[in-house]
Design a protein around this ligand. Structure first.
Ligand code: FRU
Length: 519
């Protein structure tokens, strides 16, 4: 969180072309991690790390937005404000259906929403775990008089994730001991008194990183409800895949107290290598772009899905983003499961159905089964100009000898390339041309292909300055910020002289869900 020099401030109209139209941004001021995502009484809640007073990190409070469809968000007043001695750092919300915490009013039918967050004391720098409860449908929270509920006197101990573990009839809390690269596990029956039961870590990514925002959930493998595995997610800051912050995960088992990662998952081989190194606890990254951090799942969903979203930014340059009215954006809502791939069990992410519902049914261009030269010509003729769109491509893998993919944010001379490189067997986003080059951090990101399927597929969602790319059915995902010039709205296809076989290419506009905030 060290400020880096700002690029020259762009004119406001340019910044507004960078404002996502179907991804959440606050109307003004600073935002980082999503917090307390949950569903309650017909509404989805998105809380987030927010500075109500300014464009930079500070006065950290829980900002708030609600939605009834997971796509259109209404900004509401701050839900948990900072105080002189306690900023409200990241955390989670549970719906206390059985009133285990005793916070609901006597005789009230509606349960309390209970938020767990890290109270950060700006004077002592101590981080301890606090709770606050809401009796008004998540609009406002009362800090519990007995706070903190966990305090070990540490300055690096944060981001409580609480959930109900039905087999043992108790609540579980995960907290990171950030510098120790550990997740600490606690259990409780009343949400107030917590007992430490285990620790996990260090594991995975290189030493020197700090761990943040732990998350734990169970997912089916390839849609098989009888075959489920647990996934532990930790956001790591500094030294992640491309530098700065990123999200690693572990697949394993959880018994209500301890998480045990699978010991010998084969690693993703280095780009260009076919070897499968046998390293225990190799690092699996949830996203291979540079701008996806601190994702958490929605609690109390009315269906069996596991949905999450993350902050689209990177601590390396989050404070230098060239959007003067607001700073920070959340990803699309993604549905998760696990895929059994030839390289191991891996997280799979797809845009949730509610996001797909925003896609205009009529395509800007839809091409089927033709050589790449004809597909490129067809796309050029369609003259697609979109800053809010989804572009999909399927190509016969055996017909590709050189990189192929989309040119997005295409301007007069430049474009961001999103493609597949058959020599490296990687998917990539090359944003080196995206302007302005804040902090020199615009570059190419590669991610190893995990499947050996007959077709390679790309699905790229473009929204203002947010680019989310789901490759091979979401087994590889890359999220990157792109600050392209105001008129860089074209979509093209690039390919090599071997003229590969395009099975499908289409581009659709995605509807805006921007709403004005309410007081
Ligand atoms: C992650 C993080 C958390 C912390 C919050 C502070 O981005 O550093 O660990 O709670 O942001 O805003």
């Amino acid at each position: 969180m060290i400020p880096v020099p700002l690029s020259p401030q762009p004119v406001v109209s340019e910044a507004e072309t960078w404002r996502p139209r179907f991804h959440y941004t606050p109307s003004q001021h600073w935002m980082n991690d999503p917090n307390g995502l949950c569903f309650f009484d017909g509404e989805y809640h998105l809380y987030y790390q927010y500075n109500p007073l300014g464009i930079d990190w500070g006065h950290i409070s829980w900002g708030h937005a609600v939605s009834t469809d997971l796509a259109t968000w209404q900004e509401l007043p701050v839900a948990i404000a900072d105080t002189d001695r306690s900023m409200a750092f990241s955390g989670s919300v549970v719906v206390d259906h059985d009133n285990a915490g005793g916070f609901a009013l006597v005789g009230a039918a509606a349960p309390a929403l209970v938020a767990f967050f890290t109270g950060f004391d700006p004077v002592t720098k101590i981080q301890s775990q606090h709770l606050a409860y809401s009796l008004d449908r998540g609009r406002s929270y009362t800090r519990y008089a007995g706070n903190p509920v966990i305090d070990i006197g540490s300055t690096e101990f944060r981001d409580p994730k609480v959930f109900w573990y039905a087999p043992k009839q108790r609540w579980v809390m995960l907290v990171v001991a950030a510098l120790h690269q550990q997740v600490w596990f606690y259990t409780s029956t009343d949400l107030r008194q917590w007992d430490k039961v285990s620790t996990f870590g260090p594991a995975g990514s290189a030493a020197g990183n700090i761990w943040e925002v732990p998350e734990l959930f169970e997912l089916p493998v390839d849609g098989d409800a009888a075959h489920r595995r647990w996934v532990l997610v930790v956001s790591v800051n500094h030294g992640s895949l491309w530098g700065g912050s990123g999200v690693q995960y572990f697949v394993g088992d959880f018994d209500g107290e301890c998480f045990a990662a699978d010991p010998s998952e084969p690693a993703n081989p280095a780009p260009g290598s076919n070897a499968l190194p046998a390293i225990a606890h190799i690092t699996l990254w949830a996203d291979h772009g540079r701008d996806f951090y601190a994702p958490i799942t929605f609690a109390n969903l009315p269906d069996e899905r596991v949905l999450w979203l993350g902050w689209v930014s990177n601590w390396d340059y989050a404070r230098a983003l060239p959007t003067p009215a607001w700073r920070g954006q959340q990803s699309g809502v993604r549905q998760l499961d696990l895929a059994a791939t030839p390289r191991g069990t891996r997280l799979r992410q797809r845009m949730a159905d509610e996001m797909l519902a925003l896609v205009e049914p009529e395509a800007c261009v839809a091409l089927r089964a033709m050589p790449a030269t004809r597909a490129a010509a067809g796309l050029a003729t369609a003259n697609v100009n979109e800053r809010q769109c989804v572009a999909r491509l399927s190509v016969l893998a055996s017909s590709i000898a050189t990189p192929i993919g989309f040119e997005l944010f295409k301007g007069k001379a430049e474009a961001v390339k999103v493609g597949f490189d058959p020599q490296q067997n990687t998917f990539f986003v090359d944003r080196r041309t995206a302007l302005p080059k804040f902090a020199g951090q615009s570059e190419r990101h590669d991610a190893q292909r995990l499947l050996d399927a007959r077709e390679i597929t790309l699905e790229a969602w473009v929204d203002g300055s947010v680019l989310e790319v789901f490759c091979d059915d979401g087994t590889v995902v890359l999220t990157d910020l792109v600050y392209a010039e105001i008129d860089a709205t074209g979509v093209g296809l690039f390919h090599g002289a071997e003229n590969p076989q395009v099975e499908r290419l289409d581009v659709h506009t995605v509807r805006s869900t921007l709403k004005a905030p309410t007081g």
